[in-house]
Design a protein around this ligand. Sequence first.
Ligand SMILES: [Zn+2]
Length: 296
Amino acid sequence: MKTYLGGKALKSLQTIPFRILMVNEKCKYRGCDEDIWEKSDENLCIFHDPQLDKKNPEKIKKLVEKCRNKDEVNKIKRILYQNVEEVYCFLPPPISELMDFPIPKLRSLYQDCYQTLLIGRYNASIVLMGVLVEAICKERIKIKSGEDFQGPLGQCINKIESENWMKYKDIKFLRGFKDEIRNKYQHFDEFEILKGKFFEVYPLKFEKNLSPKKLKKFIKKIKTGEVKSSYVEAANIHGLRAPAKKTYDKYLAIALFDQIHFFLINSLIRYLSSEDYEEFHEKSENPLSEDLYYKL
Ligand SMILES: [Zn+2]
């Protein structure tokens, strides 16, 4: 910066033009607050300039500096902490406190769902609940048949149903979950997710530029009841889909997690019990020869 403003010029420019020059010096990537990398041809910072090799020592040095910036880290921590505080009380107690969790891969997948919920990534959490449910089904098939089932969730459910490996009410839950939630989220089908769901909006039509003053006036009219809200089906309004889905995801993820949590506990007791595993190990061949084991 000082290369642009030296000596007398600095004094005469004072604060405001100085700030304008500062703004001009920022990376042009939307929302980025980093300084422009001096070698960038496109006014981008060192993190956003695509010319720069990932292993460039200059970039690595900058990244290390960035990590040492405690202000940034604390800002992120604060956001995460606020979300944890808000959501934690709606969730069932962490499963490891409830019972011994004998299957590491399911524990890990469960933690994926739980922790993404805590940090407010609701869409991700719902997608991961689909992964967890599919893993439960595949584990059930594995211990009953020894087969590493390759098909998608629908085929897993068909197989389990045809072999009577789960109770009817659990099969019904799985089918409903697959059709109503899992498939729509897996394929990011916004229209199907929002279809039939109405959201309260305050319709605002503005000509030319929307100034903060005009907006303030509009908000005041909402507060005094002069402007009335209406309900719209967000699926049909493209611009409304993203904010509507964000709101809906939060509500759905928290409510759904409860059901997934109990489906998992139910499965651990009924379908993946230690007796089931003993039976499975008795039937399956051990690929390691006896002399490889340490005798205790
Ligand atoms: Zn940037």
